[in-house]
Design a protein around this ligand. Structure first.
Ligand SMILES: O=P(O)(O)OC[C@H]1O[C@H](O[C@H]2O[C@H](CO)[C@@H](O)[C@H](O)[C@H]2O)[C@H](O)[C@@H](O)[C@@H]1O
Length: 250
């Protein structure tokens, strides 16, 4: 575990496999999930990297695939959504690893009065997972964590909590971003390439662990304790680093 020291990753190579987190890595964090700004420069950068690497670029996100598609518009990429619970491979096949939790309706019902009382809380229903956001009410962080832990207990098994930036999420247990990376690495065009995982948040630690295990390059964005071997300071630094792969090739 390192805690914030900037150790710059080696220069990018186009024969690597790139696994990229979205919020806080490719996109600046916004006040609410729907407020993120996806700029043309980013879409062009990712599209070019995808093309130059022969398709070995996947987004590995906590967001749902349908939400990622809305953000990406016409750009079609391999996508792992909801922390790897759903995954679209390079051939366009969709893999779904869990059903929506049986207790989802009951959990939503239990949260409704809480949301009505606290306008700073936001519930994001992603289909397989439920995320309770408290970015606009940081004083409610401990309460939100306690509440979701209690609801998980009442659900009686099969679920786990995923902490993130100003969010606490309930999801089916046992699948994470590391699972998604491992699956991609068994498939063309990722198979046999050196894996790179870049992410900024706690859910990305699973991705770092998997690429570390595979002898790849793990890159934490920003500060905070992490199992990643390298650091980049923020979204702009990530884009510059990825852009290095394109230099002289455009
Ligand atoms: O794995 P990621 O692609 O980084 O997704 C993680 C979560 O991202 C979103 O929430 C985060 O970003 C929001 C917009 O910047 C921000 O308002 C929120 O506080 C962050 O937690 C997304 O809404 C979640 O579903 C993802 O799990």
């Amino acid at each position: 575990m390192t805690s914030g020291h900037i150790r710059r990753p080696p220069d990018t190579e186009i024969d690597w496999a790139f696994f990229l987190d979205v919020d806080g890595t490719l996109l600046e964090i916004a006040d609410q999930p729907s407020f993120v700004h996806v700029d043309t420069e980013l879409l062009e950068l990712v599209a070019q990297l995808h093309q130059l690497t022969g398709g070995a670029v996947a987004l590995i996100s906590g967001r749902s695939i349908s939400n990622l598609e809305e953000l990406l518009g016409a750009l079609r990429l391999p996508l792992a959504g909801q922390h790897g619970l759903e995954r679209r491979d390079a051939a366009g096949r969709l893999w779904i690893h869990a059903a929506p939790p049986e207790a989802k309706c009951a959990i939503r019902e239990a949260l409704l009065p809480v949301l009505a009382r606290h306008s700073g809380l936001l519930l994001e229903d992603k289909g397989l997972t439920l995320a309770l956001h408290y970015r606009r009410a940081p004083h409610l962080a401990a309460y939100a964590h306690r509440l979701m832990a209690q609801l998980m207990k009442e659900a009686g098994g099969g679920l786990e909590l995923q902490k993130g930036k100003c969010v606490i999420e309930l999801k089916p247990a046992g699948i994470d971003k590391g699972t998604a990376v491992a699956e991609y690495l068994t498939e063309s065009p990722f198979r046999g390439r050196l894996p790179v995982f870049i992410g900024d948040d706690l859910n990305d630690e699973h991705g770092f662990a998997e690429v570390n295990r595979m002898g790849g390059i793990s890159i934490k964005v920003g500060s905070g304790r992490s199992g990643a071997a390298y650091r980049l300071s923020g979204v702009a630094a990530v884009r510059r680093w990825l852009g290095g792969a394109l230099k002289g090739r455009q």
